[in-house]
Design a protein around this ligand. Structure first.
Ligand code: GDP
Length: 448
């Protein structure tokens, strides 16, 4: 992470979404903000006061009237001088304001550049910066609450607690490294061991929470497969709660995989209804089948639908993917809904897509197989890269633990702990490769 704080150039962007709206906001950050304020509004407004004023272009032509807000560095979102012009939310108005700001010394901002500057100026760490984007993108209230908790630093605080614990252990280990000829005594070894054990326990608990946070952010992909006419479209419609798929009695008309998304008690589920996987000479149907197979490879959970009392053939899709075999149309045989758990990743559910009987068993099983706990208490939001970093840190500490027990070289233990520490630092952005930063911020929207 760069330490140099203020940037030499000034950025500008329309911070409100494109289109028409009651209010449109233009935001600028950087050293030219004072000039821009003077050029567009005729004066530099008092810090943090709302002023109603005219906005003019460099030729003095009136563009709009609205509110101007000035936040001098460092007490601003980016840590730099920031100016906000709140005008009328029309594309032409905002475009003209932006052109006027550019004429007064700004350049258009890249996506996420305001937040990137906030990060570079230590206004927030990388976990919080990512949470900002995740809050904006949140698809459910639970995800939004969790993103807000990350933004407030809940995740970062837990990481820094682990970092402190690890630093203490490393400091005591370094003491021994200064005397390479001495064997570490039994009491010290026990102490180190106990320290590492506690660290690992806390790390695992955090990893578990982070996995919930990732589920909240990314949701899961469920793919529905089965022979034509078994009721796949009816089931997806039931799940999605609206008619996303065409329900028909003619086999093979659902040629393209159909996607629907729904929220199952806070868990965002993308459902793909595949074309019936059968041999076909129809070119269009063959393409549908190819796409269905591709979706199956990516699925987090496969729901295989059948109607006989015989078990469905488990051969469709990767066998390691958690699977729910749904026996549909139980209404035809007057059977009550049921669930048989075969093992931790396989179950059979009897239900009726027509009447909806047994649907709650399916919803519950999807949540269970996804590892999603009832989201009553908001956790924090997390991303795949966070899970990977935490898991890698856990591995390094595990190697260190084993080495300590086997009385291996203390240097080796110290090195593993250093690597674990590095993983924590990549989370908060203390050490993060520039290309990763670029990748993270480029996914933000313009003006954030
Ligand atoms: P798909 O080809 O697998 O997508 O099957 P559809 O959802 O299009 O359903 C095929 C036919 O079975 C339609 O006539 C549905 O109304 C009917 N069907 C679907 N589910 C049920 C069910 O649970 N009970 C009964 N009795 N009929 C069903």
């Amino acid at each position: 992470m760069a330490d140099e704080s203020t940037s030499s150039d000034t950025i500008v962007a329309v911070a409100t979404p494109p289109g028409r709206g009651g209010i449109g906001i233009l935001r600028c950050s950087g050293p030219a903000v004072k000039n821009i304020a003077a050029a567009l509004t005729g004066s530099l407004p008092a810090p943090r006061f709302a002023h109603y004023t005219s906005f003019r272009d460099p030729a003095g032509i009136l563009l709009d009237q609205g509110i101007v807000l000035y936040f001098p560095a460092p007490a601003s979102y980016t840590g730099e001088d920031v100016l906000e012009l709140q005008g009328h939310g029309g594309t032409a108005v905002l475009q003209q304001l932006q052109t006027a700001a550019i004429a007064a010394g700004a350049r258009p901002a890249r996506p996420g550049e305001f937040t990137e500057r906030a990060f570079l100026n230590n206004k927030l760490d990388l976990l919080q910066a990512e949470a900002t984007a995740d809050l904006i993108e949140s698809a459910s209230a639970t995800a939004a609450r969790s993103a807000l908790r990350s933004l407030q630093g809940v995740f970062s605080t837990q990481i820094s607690e682990l970092q402190n614990r690890l630093t203490d252990i490393r400091v005591s280990l370094e003491g021994w490294l200064d005397f390479p000829d001495e064997e570490i005594d039994a009491v010290s070894q026990d102490k180190l061991n106990a320290g590492l054990l506690t660290l690992q326990t806390e790390l695992l608990a955090l990893l578990d929470q982070a996995k919930q946070g990732r589920l909240l952010r990314d949701g899961i992909d469920v793919v529905i497969v089965g022979a034509p006419n078994v009721g796949k479209s009816s089931l997806i419609n039931r799940l999605a709660g609206y008619a996303a798929a065409i329900v028909t009695e003619i086999p093979g008309t659902t040629r393209d995989p159909i996607h629907a998304s729904c929220l199952l008690e806070g868990l965002q589920v993308e459902i793909t209804d595949t074309a019936g996987l059968r041999d076909s000479d129809d070119v269009i149907e063959q393409e549908g089948i190819r796409r269905a197979r591709a979706a199956l490879e990516q699925a987090d959970i496969i729901v295989q639908v059948f109607t006989d009392t015989a078990l469905a053939d488990a051969g469709t899709g990767p066998l390691t993917t958690p699977r729910i075999n749904v026996r549909n149309k139980i209404d035809l045989t007057a059977t009550a809904p049921y669930r048989e758990v075969q093992d931790s990743t396989n179950m059979v559910i009897g239900l009726s897509a027509l009447t909806g009987a047994g649907l709650e068993l399916l919803v519950d099983s999807i949540k269970q197989l996804a590892g999603f706990r009832a989201a009553g208490e908001a956790t924090f939001i997390a991303r795949e890269r966070h899970i990977t970093a935490l898991a890698t840190a856990h591995e390094h500490i595990g190697v260190a633990q084993a080495a300590l027990i086997e009385k291996h070289n203390l240097e080796l233990i110290a090195e593993e702990l250093r690597l674990a520490q590095h993983e924590f630092a990549t989370l908060t952005g203390e050490f993060t490769a520039d290309d990763l930063l670029g990748e993270i911020f480029s996914r933000f929207c313009i003006g954030k």
